[in-house]
Design a protein around this ligand. Structure first.
Ligand code: ZN
Length: 455
């Protein structure tokens, strides 16, 4: 088919709309015209002349998945420090990451984005916080990759300014000066941020974490983001080590520290938020601050299990994130949904999280974290045409009674079709916007070159 969005009818599928009523149509259809959903319903699909009709029998149709935390450049540094905790893992990886440049980031991002698409993700964030002085335009490079692969993209201009000599964790060689960060951040916002309703690209501002940035940077970054009308993002409350760092250095918990600096509100979302007390959850609830729950990465680094049920029950905007590929080699949003359910139950018992809540977190929950739940995250007329059609009639899933349980608890389902903004990005399990084999070879080369550079 042409990749120019036309009219697409998905017919005969089990449709899980993930609307506010949880409407599901066991034999339903969705009609897409251009980049929008125009009709969703039960029974036979309407006949529309000239439309592409996709046979959805044997398939589950869901909203496209929304990934609320990632570090795409890490796609070329997977499998390192495989058995370490966060601080040791970071200490191993910082010197390697110091060698990234625009070409490496373009290759890594193309690989990471293609892989996300192949597993049903239609919108992804990125948090890029390693910006070497002679590395070229790393943000332009990942944005180019997102346009090539065809995903809706929310990159954030990350940063670090607290090197080891000043009590931070990263070596001084990978941190930037505060003024350079602010100038560079404003530049990324001015060049790339698109606030329009159908936007394929929105920028956020994202100093890295309490142990790698100064309070001055956090304060100035918040002022910059608010004057530009963009969102704020950072890592927070990921590990006990980080909590100890904050108690020791600032005399308060990570959430109290950020609250003190103005880093709460409906325009802010944190990655991880694993170690929260009840006071912190009340703060997030009262301010509308969002959370990217990253269960796989938190488990890979032994950081802990976030209080996802409590956050969800309290009404905190809650989405899922794969986190960077260096702490989650799989980077598969369906695995995040599965792990969210399983870890919640392992932590708190069988009633902690339903499979439908997991699907909600992976779709409309993530859209809400990004402030886009009026346009993304559910299958409803008027919403943007981001949708995933999963095969559930193969050996992996046939005979599982409930299609949503099949998706959330079963093996990763093959993706029959992925539409992003009405455009096909994946067809019958293959990414069609790039050549997967070529990208894999380029990733291998970029990985070797980067590790060699670190010596
Ligand atoms: Zn992260």
């Amino acid at each position: 088919m042409s990749d120019v969005p036309g009219t697409v009818v998905v017919a005969g599928a089990y449709v899980a709309t993930v609307d506010t009523s949880g409407t599901e149509h066991p034999d339903g259809y969705v009609v897409v015209r251009g980049n929008r959903i125009v009709d969703v319903g039960a029974g036979p699909a309407p006949e529309i002349e000239g439309a592409r009709v996709v046979d959805g029998r044997g398939c589950l149709l869901t909203p496209g998945l929304v990934n609320t935390h990632h570090h795409l450049y890490q796609w070329i540094t997977r499998g390192l420090a495989a058995d370490d905790n966060l601080f040791d893992w970071l200490t191993t990886l910082y010197p390697i990451w110091a060698g990234v440049d625009a070409d490496a980031v373009r290759t890594a991002a193309t690989g990471g984005l293609a892989w996300l698409a192949k597993h049903g993700c239609t919108t992804t964030t990125d948090h890029h916080y390693v910006v070497p002085r002679n590395g070229g335009d790393v943000f332009g490079a990942e944005i180019e990759a997102a346009r090539t692969v065809g995903l809706r993209f929310h990159p954030s201009r990350g940063s670090m300014d607290l090197g080891r000599s000043r009590g931070g964790l990263p070596p001084d060689s990978v941190v930037e000066r505060l003024d350079d960060i602010l100038t560079g951040t404003q530049d990324v916002v001015d060049r790339w941020h698109d606030p329009s309703p159908d936007s394929m690209l929105r920028v956020a501002v994202a100093p890295c974490s309490p142990f790698s940035v100064t309070a001055d940077l956090l304060t100035e970054a918040a002022a910059l983001a608010r004057s530009a009308g963009v969102r704020l993002h950072t890592h927070l409350a990921e590990t006990v080590d980080e909590q100890d760092f904050c108690l020791d250095r600032f005399g308060c918990t990570p959430v109290q520290y950020l609250e003190r600096l103005g880093w709460v509100g409906p325009d802010v979302w944190y990655a991880h938020a694993v170690h929260l007390d009840d006071v912190a959850i009340t703060t997030l609830t009262g301010t509308g601050t969002g959370v990217a729950h990253c269960p796989t990465s938190n488990a890979r680094l032994g950081a802990g299990i976030a209080r996802a049920r409590d956050l969800h029950a309290a009404g905190v905007p809650l989405g899922l994130g794969v986190d960077g590929a260096a702490s989650n080699e799989a980077c598969n949003m369906l695995e995040e949904a599965r792990h969210a359910v399983l870890f919640a139950r392992a932590r708190g018992g069988p009633r902690e999280m339903t499979v439908r809540t997991a699907l909600e977190l992976a779709t409309i929950g993530g859209a809400r974290v990004l402030g886009r739940d009026d346009e993304l995250g559910s299958l409803e007329p008027g919403k943007l045409a981001d949708l995933a059609l999963w095969r559930i009639d193969t050996l992996a899933h046939s005979g599982i009674t409930d299609p949503v349980a099949a998706l959330a608890l079963g093996a990763t389902a093959p993706l029959e079709l992925l539409l992003v903004n009405g455009r096909a990005v994946v067809e019958r399990g293959r990414v069609i916007t790039v050549n997967e084999d070529d990208v894999a070879a380029e990733v291998e080369q970029a990985h070797r070159a980067l590790v060699r550079k670190a010596g």
